[in-house]
Design a binder for this molecule. Structure first.
Ligand SMILES: *[C@@H]1O[C@H](CO)[C@@H](O)[C@H](O)[C@H]1NC(C)=O
Ligand SMILES: *[C@@H]1O[C@H](CO)[C@@H](O)[C@H](O)[C@H]1NC(C)=O
Length: 412
């Protein structure tokens, strides 16, 4: 049925009335207001309900189970954690202390006007993750073996993030596993990490840290110190550093390794029988003599294996030879000076080469000019160039001359 103009106007007015009354509703001075809250389990949450126009009615708070907590300033539920913070005709504020995950849900503030008006406040409780636990490490690992560690933290809501670190550097773990705890509210997060250990990992800290919204300032971590077994690295330290004939030479053998070497052995190259040493792995060669020269070898052994260090002793050699022959070469005291002198030597070399090339060029140019001039001067006696000796040259020259004369005669 088509609408008449008058009824159209009425419909429009009706729409306008609905629109404005809805607008009035959102600015309704009798409508209570609340706010959603997020709280960490164990702490205190404050629920505030306010209304501009109370219309002689009281405000009321009720919990997610629809139980009244407070009606005005009157306590309705016997729970000492729930306290009245403020009660005025325009505000009802309560607090819940030591919040648990069970307290989570939708709380309602109502005012018993006609009709009843309500406002909802959703309380979200964050579950604090428990201190992470690292498993998978029982005993020292051998260099090259793979460490397989697992970190677990339960009780987080929402699920927490786990992070691995080795020696303070972040290590990427595998994709974490998330499982719901038996309470049906919180989660257990598990992360695995694997890495091949090196000797540098010996004594290093491996940490698993849990990051979570409930721990904004203090992430919780668990740290584990790992031990790595590796073959010793033998080294020899002579005293004095530059021994000369007549000195009492002491050679100390050091073997960096884990575990520390249980056995040290000294021998001289070419001689099968081991040398006798002092208790602290020191080889003593008193009153150095030419016949002491040779290569001394120290071997250090632990459960992981053996390593050797060599020391070449040249008694009465030039001091420089002794210096060069040492296995434990002393560190260059002035590497900068050394490299700068190399630099100067290089510059000098380049300049010398340039000067040399210039000289060669001068000689070649000079030689060319002289030769050119010479060729010009001796052009008349061309035949002389190819002649093996002076006589033939003269004959050749004369022959050429004769040939030329012949030609001349022929042409005339
Ligand atoms: C907080 O509540 C838990 C149970 O949810 C209880 O075990 C604990 O003792 C309470 N702490 C305090 C301080 O009331
Ligand atoms: C050096 O040692 C050899 C053999 O050990 C010995 O015959 C010689 O006399 C020694 N020389 C000196 C100067 O001690």
């Amino acid at each position: 049925m088509p609408l008449s103009p008058a009824s159209s106007v009425l419909v429009l007015l009706g729409c306008f009335w609905i629109a404005t009354s809805r607008g009035n509703l959102s600015h309704d001075r009798s409508q209570p207001t609340t706010q959603d809250e997020t709280v960490v389990a164990g702490s205190k949450v404050i629920l505030r309900c306010q209304v501009e126009d109370h219309d002689e009615s009281s405000l009321q708070w009720s919990n997610p189970a629809q139980q009244t907590l407070y009606f005005g300033e009157k306590r309705a539920l016997r729970d000492n954690r729930i306290q009245l913070e403020k009660s005025t005709p325009n505000e009802l504020t309560i607090s819940i202390d030591n919040v648990s995950l069970a307290d989570e849900g939708e709380y309602t503030c109502s005012i018993f006007t006609m009709p009843v008006r309500t406002a909802k406040a959703i309380v979200t409780v964050l579950g604090i993750p428990r201190k992470p636990q690292i498993s998978g490490y029982k005993e020292p690992l051998k260099e090259g073996q793979t460490a397989k560690l697992t970190c677990v933290s339960s009780g987080s809501k929402p699920a927490a993030q786990l992070q691995w670190q080795k020696g303070g550097k972040v290590m990427l773990g595998k994709n974490p596993e998330v499982a719901e705890d038996s309470n049906g509210k919180t989660f257990t997060v598990t992360s695995h990490v694997e890495f091949d250990v090196t000797r540098d990992d010996n004594g290093v800290d491996v940490a698993c840290t849990v990051h979570h919204a409930s721990l904004p300032n203090s992430a919780t971590s668990t740290t584990l110190k790992i031990e790595v077994f590796y073959v010793p690295v033998a080294s020899i330290e002579p005293q004095p550093t530059y021994p000369r004939e007549g000195d009492n030479l002491r050679l100390l053998c050091d073997g960096q390794g884990n575990p520390a070497p249980q056995e040290f052995m000294w021998r001289k190259e070419g001689i099968d029988t081991p040398l006798t040493v002092t208790q602290d792995n020191m080889l003593l060669i008193p009153y150095l003599n030419k016949s002491d020269s040779g290569t001394y070898i120290c071997s250090a052994t632990n459960i992981m294996g053996t390593s050797e260090a060599k020391y070449n002793l040249a008694v009465n050699g030039f001091p420089d030879d002794v210096l060069l022959n040492q296995t434990a070469t002393p560190k260059d005291a002035s590497p900068v000076a050394h490299s700068s002198s190399t630099y100067h030597a290089m510059i000098g070399g380049v300049v010398a080469v340039i000067v040399f090339l210039l000289l060669i060029m001068l000689i070649v140019i000079g030689h060319y000019l002289i030769r050119h001039k010479g060729t010009y001067l001796t052009h008349e006696a061309k035949g002389s160039d190819d002649a093996p000796d002076a006589d033939t040259a003269i004959i050749n020259a004369e022959g050429g001359q004769t040939g030329g004369d012949d030609k001349k005669e022929y042409f005339i």
